[in-house]
Design a protein around this ligand. Sequence first.
Ligand code: PLP
Length: 349
Amino acid sequence: MSQSDHRRGVAAGSLATFTRRLASPCLPTPLHRLEVSPSATGLGRVWVKRDDLTGPAGGGNKARKLWYLCGDAVGVGADAIVTVGAAQSNHCRMTAAVAVPSGLDVHLVLAGDRPPRLEGNQRLAELLGAQLHFTGTDDRHWGELAVEADAIVEQLASDGLTPYLIPVGGSTPVGALGYVEAFDELMLQCNELGLSPAAIVTTSSSGGTHAGLLAGRAAWRAAGHRVPDVVAIGVAKGVIGGMPDVAELANATLATAGLDGHVGDDDVEIDDRWLGDDYGRPTAAADKAIRLAATRFGIVLDRTYTGKGFAGLVGNLNDGRWDGDDPVIFIHTGGVPSIFTTDGVPPAV
Ligand SMILES: *Cc1c(COP(=O)(O)O)cnc(C)c1O
């Protein structure tokens, strides 16, 4: 790699010109080997990128997107954010954490009914100063949430405010810039540690994290570097069924950043074997992975996202998906607060 890439990454120059971004004091997140002491789990190749430690209010991948999205909102003169999510949405909790301190009103449109006592992410979102709107709809019907969000946007506008709508998961080209930055950050860490990873594995539901990583990877490839595979473990039917078109989103992200590179359909790999019955429905494999990560590594995963993602990583390793012993990096995308809900922890085995 060239001298300047080594110091500051391939995308850093372009991203620095994208001034609509809030400060993010907790970056870079740590990259460390999963097995801190040898415990013969067969996972000696695995490294973890700790995006559960991005900072605000419990951490997670959404922070990286929201630093760009909320920065953009402030930049265009918005004074309120409207966004949507599942009942236990990490994205909504983190929108509150990033946007309220920036002086923005935050309206969260959530699936389900208001419970007698708020739990997990909902409890944090309210503490963080968001207004919660419960729609009574199913967690899996994101379209119905969008209809309600549009109504709130109209209401706010007729009240004289300037609302900024963030779609589910913040998976727009602006939001995905956060994972272009993360790819840069990760490659620099690998270079410093002398690692040449075979793959990066991440959990995917609205596709923005995956698209941002692919955009970052395409920029590095265009600059002449060898790049690892990026494998997404799909945990929602939408992303498995091709919504959004991840390659299209990745290419729009490259265009937004002003970066060279192209993401083709064959760069997009979504492993659909770990979803189980549906989004948010626990699986035995994920529950087992959660217990393993907790008891062997002291790492907390969740049942909707990272438990399934980690089960997918372990499954692919066991299948012999990657030859040799080059590192495989798991991006821990967060989700820890959902543990603090009634069904948040897998039953003891
Ligand atoms: C939202 C989320 C994901 C998936 O990220 P997308 O960019 O929406 O695909 C993964 N893990 C956790 C914990 C999340 O909250």
